[in-house]
Write a protein that binds this ligand. Structure first.
Ligand SMILES: O=C(O)CCC(=O)C(=O)O
Ligand SMILES: [Fe+2]
Length: 261
């Protein structure tokens, strides 16, 4: 991993060391202030090109075109909310997705299965332990966004999301978010409607390739704006849970990947 990851800057391989603890403290502080944190240069520049090129055949030959209209909740109806409520406005999401079972032993899989990675994330999330998924499709996904494609407004179902930007587009494809737009106790439908109607100004985050991002997206609304230009935005998404053996349901696999196995 040392060839690929910048372990001098981010000593994930030395759990328990002073440097490791101080990294964890820094990440925790960022996370509580911003709802996210970034590790720029987590993957060395020299390793990014091959991390991208080893994915190209799968994207060229067997990617699933994930295209659908959805609301911010990814649900057809919300109890207590009239179907015409602006918080239920639908938007278009479109990307090409490849799943873990199409990735062989690509770098993104090796990173996912490298135990210090889960150990680091658990420490930052203040959880006793984190587990990789059992789901052969969902554990690691890589999404590519070409010109005009976007991931539209949504809240995540999981407590936190871990991404690694492998390739940045020449323009657009920015991550936008509104921190704590709702809470576990208050769905704030009017605030959601304001955001979707463009009456709130979300925070914009421009990521450099090689940056690891950890994001608490359950109550923070977020989207990726449409990509512009001829270089795809390519991003890996890693899924960890607080318990072992987690799998997606049949319906979830069909919805996200167009297949169940
Ligand atoms: O592509 C990104 O930067 C965000 C991904 C995301 O929001 C998600 O996977 O839920
Ligand atoms: Fe998300």
């Amino acid at each position: 991993m040392r060839d690929v990851l910048n372990l001098d800057l981010y000593p994930l391989d030395q759990p328990g060391s002073m440097a490791w603890h101080s990294l964890i403290e820094r990440c925790k502080a960022d996370l509580s202030e911003n709802g996210l944190f970034n590790l720029p240069g987590f993957v060395r520049d020299s390793a990014l090109e091959s991390a991208v090129s080893e994915l190209q055949p799968a994207f060229a030959e067997e990617a699933f075109v994930h295209a659908r209209r959805h609301n911010i909740y990814f649900r057809t109806s919300i109890e207590g909310l009239g179907s015409g409520h602006p918080a239920l406005t639908q938007f278009e999401t479109s990307n090409r997705t490849i799943c873990a079972d199409q990735l062989g032993q690509a770098f993104v899989i090796r990173l996912y299965e490298w135990p210090p990675f889960a150990q680091f994330l658990a420490a930052v999330m203040e959880m006793p332990k984190l587990f990789v998924m059992d789901d052969p499709l969902a554990r690691v996904n890589v999404m590519a966004y070409s010109a005009g494609q976007a991931l539209n407004w949504h809240f995540d179902r999981s407590e936190f999301t871990t991404t690694l930007l492998l390739q940045a587009p020449s323009a657009g494809g920015e991550f936008e978010y509104e921190k704590d737009l709702r809470s576990d106790d208050n769905p704030n439908y009017d605030g959601v409607a304001e955001l979707l109607e463009g009456r709130r100004k979300p925070t914009l985050m421009k990521l450099q390739p090689g940056t690891l991002n950890i994001f608490k997206g359950k109550n923070t609304a977020h989207r990726v704006s449409p990509v512009q230009g001829d270089r795809d935005r390519m991003i890996a998404v890693f899924s960890f849970y607080d318990r072992p053996n987690v799998q997606f349901t049949h319906e979830e696999r069909i919805g996200f990947y167009g297949r169940a196995s």
